[in-house]
Design a protein around this ligand. Structure first.
Ligand SMILES: Cc1cc2nc3c(=O)[nH]c(=O)nc-3n(C[C@H](O)[C@H](O)[C@H](O)COP(=O)(O)OP(=O)(O)OC[C@H]3O[C@@H](n4cnc5c(N)ncnc54)[C@H](O)[C@@H]3O)c2cc1C
Length: 217
């Protein structure tokens, strides 16, 4: 008897309407049960990408030496090789109420960044900022994400892989297995990689569960 069957049997013995909702990112399947072959194939073959952030904050309001009303700054570096390394900045200062810049990195550069120390990343980010705003001072606080190393996340979002039909994969992933329901951005064929996809598929799964619970009542 597999894990699923044990789980179902337990809940069938204890509850009249056993239902489950599993959130799924394509890296994070429920622990050990064997899944239908098409669902497992989609999990194994869908793309899962990486984004990381380096968030810098300053306590002193006068530290804000960049255009206050501009949301994004993009640094174009002289060589192609470095043009994606922490060269995109979001200016969230007016939302936070104090000087705040968030540096972004994605794809292979994000994976490479995770092998660097905090100091190496901070130096790289500050060098890029100084290239745009020479009078910028050292931040008071720095937060660096390493989503690829978080065991419950292992990346940032799903993406279509050449040669595969993403809508088919997302549909396979969303398919319930008996009373086990699935949701999450990777199960959305229209809004994958976004919180919208995560939210909408969660609602769809919750509604399907509610319908099953009330069926025949
Ligand atoms: C740096 C970055 C920037 C982004 N920017 C945007 C943006 O601007 N706009 C946008 O729409 N989207 C953005 N995204 C994508 C968005 O965050 C995701 O698409 C969305 O959070 C996915 O939601 P989810 O519920 O599918 O998965 P998640 O948010 O990953 O939630 C999964 C949850 O399951 C938990 N979990 C995993 N495994 C287990 C387990 N075995 N047991 C228990 N719990 C487990 C995890 O801890 C986590 O809490 C960004 C993502 C990143 C990383």
């Amino acid at each position: 008897m597999c894990y699923w069957q044990v789980l179902f049997q337990y809940f069938e013995q204890h509850y009249s309407h056993p239902l489950f909702l599993f959130h799924v990112t394509i890296d994070g399947t429920p622990n050990s049960p064997s899944l239908p072959a098409n669902k497992q194939a989609s999990i194994d073959n869908m793309g899962y990408g990486l984004i990381n952030k380096c968030i810098l904050t300053w306590n002193d309001p006068d530290a804000l030496v960049w255009p206050e009303d501009k949301l994004w700054f993009l640094l174009v570096t002289p060589t192609d090789e470095t043009s994606g390394e922490w060269t995109t900045f979001f200016n969230g200062s007016k939302f936070k109420g104090y000087p705040t810049l968030t540096a972004w990195v994605g794809g292979s550069e994000a994976a490479d960044a995770e092998t660097r120390s905090d100091d190496q990343i901070a130096n790289k980010v500050m060098n890029n900022l100084i290239a745009m705003f020479p009078t910028i001072g050292a931040p008071d606080d720095i937060v660096i994400t390493r989503w690829g190393q978080d065991e419950n996340v292992l990346g940032a979002h799903s993406f279509p892989v050449a040669g595969r039909d993403f809508a088919d994969d997302a549909s396979n992933l969303q398919q319930n297995v008996g009373n086990v329901y699935f949701a999450g951005e990777a199960t959305s064929s229209s809004d994958w990689a976004t919180t919208t996809g995560a939210w909408d598929t969660g609602e769809e799964a919750a509604l399907a569960m509610a319908q099953q619970l009330t069926a025949g009542v």
